[in-house]
Design a protein around this ligand. Structure first.
Ligand code: HEM
Length: 131
């Protein structure tokens, strides 16, 4: 979900009349799980973000920070933090499923909430210093 907003005037949006002071809850899932935009809209599928040559692409339909005038103010900070955290972790550790669990047996179904997060998993962080 995005954050709720209230309309400041009567408005007709895509044929729907919305009265002034109506609280609107934008659903980002309507874009992030849009079958016309994604090859596998209901799956964790990193290939959505790669072109044919394996290079990173950002699809227009990826908008976790929402869009428009009230887009997240912390977007650039959040992107920087996520990049630094993940790169640092991946530089220092290999992440593997617990002993006895095959990678393709991991359940990647997300947990529905205000945001769509991953389910809890136990995993092994193996130091790369021993490589
Ligand atoms: C991965 C991290 C984050 C995500 C996915 C995220 C996502 C969002 C979303 C979807 C909105 C609603 C936009 C709208 O109303 O249309 C929002 C608003 C906002 N976010 Fe973030 N956010 C993140 C991190 C941050 C951080 C780190 C900060 C500040 C340091 C921040 C500050 C704000 C503020 C101030 C708003 C309200 C903007 C407004 O109403 O004008 N966010 N964020």
């Amino acid at each position: 979900m995005s954050l709720p907003h209230r309309t400041s005037r009567d408005i007709t949006f895509r044929g729907f009349f919305i009265q002034k002071w109506t609280t609107v809850h934008p659903l980002l899932t309507s874009v992030h799980q849009d079958e016309s935009q994604w090859e596998k809209p209901a799956s964790f599928h990193p290939q959505h973000f790669l072109d044919r040559d394996g290079k990173f692409v950002k699809p227009d339909a990826f908008m976790p920070f929402s869009a428009g005038r009230r887009v997240c103010l912390g977007e650039s900070l959040a992107r920087m933090e996520l990049f630094i955290f993940f790169v640092t972790l991946l530089q220092h550790f290999h992440f593997r499923p617990p002993a006895g669990v095959q990678e393709d047996r991991l359940d990647l179904t997300s947990c529905v909430g205000f945001t769509l997060g991953p389910a809890q998993h136990r995993l092994r962080a193996i130091s790369r210093l021993t490589d």
